[in-house]
Design a binder for this molecule. Structure first.
Ligand code: ADP
Length: 301
């Protein structure tokens, strides 16, 4: 089983002709409310592919919390580990201008109240998990507790997003650490390492920090998979990209699930780039995630 430990946010989106500057008010389109947050996105992505998936997260006792729980349950995620209350549900306030550039304010709310004690209280979920997937939209001490709570033989997948320097014991537990270019740079800088220019060199630099394996996602180029034995490029599938929101979360969830069912890292990455490619062909994050049948229909395996 896959256990995702992470954030759940309501994404409140409005389209504007121009994003507001200091002291300015602009009018936007009708508000759209979407379930989001990297943890919630990953859990939905994995479950839609057919993975047995559980989510450990915290939402508020409010309408957005119920929206997020509904989205998880419709996708088939086990939500027994979703804690309710303590603060309002996390919210992302998103304005998008006609060029597609956005400005985002996140009010973490309940996500900031997911504690190491919550992780310790969820021992049953960790015992059932072959793979645990983490991101950084919850407190770093909670991430560190979860990284240390894996069952024997279980595997940790971490996408350090939003990027922050990572403690050595978390880096060493990753198999793989999954980063895009920006995340690679922040993690390398945070460890006091040199920041080279090419993805192959980021991967080598990151491996030197302790993870058993590293995956660098490269957008339309696909991904690079690297272990101590060497690296391999996994090209993307060619698609017409409509909206890349949440593509990284879909990629990570797919990879984590495939590792849990026994794929090696390159095989899992070949599957994950197809999931990522399908996710960018449709608008939204969770709404864009494909089923296992759609991935099989894309061909190219
Ligand atoms: P992030 O969203 O975290 O920055 P990427 O942009 O690298 O991550 O996207 C994650 C994955 O989604 C990529 O590795 C790739 O498989 C897929 N993907 C993203 N953009 C495209 C695209 N334009 N065409 C095809 N696949 C894409």
């Amino acid at each position: 089983d896959l256990l995702v430990v992470g954030s759940a946010n309501a994404d409140l989106v409005t389209a504007v002709t121009r994003r507001p500057g200091a002291g300015e008010t602009v009018l936007g389109s009708d508000l759209a409310v979407h379930p989001g947050g990297k943890g919630a996105n990953q859990a939905v992505a994995a479950a839609r592919l057919g993975a047995r998936t559980a989510l450990l997260a915290r939402v508020g006792d409010d309408a957005y919390g119920r929206l997020l729980l509904d989205a998880q349950e419709s996708a088939g995620v086990d939500t027994a580990g979703v804690l309710v209350g303590g603060a309002p549900t996390g919210v992302a306030l998103i304005t998008v201008d006609p060029s597609g550039d956005n400005s985002i304010v996140v009010a973490p709310g309940a996500n900031a109240r997911l504690t190491p004690a919550d992780v310790r209280a969820a021992r049953g979920l960790f015992e059932a998990a072959r793979v645990v997937s983490l991101q950084l939209e919850i407190p770093l001490e909670t991430v560190a507790e979860a990284a240390g709570a894996l069952a024997p033989g279980a595997r940790l997948v971490l996408n350090p997003s939003p990027p922050a320097p990572l403690p050595p014991e978390v880096l060493e537990a990753c198999d793989p650490l999954i980063v895009n270019e920006h995340e690679a740079r922040v993690v390398l800088e945070g460890a006091g390492a040199r920041v080279p220019d090419a993805p192959e060199e980021w991967a080598r630099g990151l491996l030197a920090l302790g993870p058993r394996s590293v995956v660098v996602t490269l957008g339309a180029e696909g991904a690079l998979v690297a272990t101590a034995e060497g690296g391999e490029r996994v090209p993307s599938v060619k698609v017409d990209a409509v909206d890349t929101t949440g593509a990284g979360d879909a990629f990570t969830a797919a990879l984590a699930w495939r590792l849990g069912v026994g794929d090696d890292l390159v095989t899992a990455a070949r599957y994950a780039v197809r999931v990522g490619a399908l996710a960018v062909t449709r608008a939204g994050a969770q709404a864009s995630y494909p089923t296992g049948a759609e991935v099989a229909g894309l061909g190219g395996e």
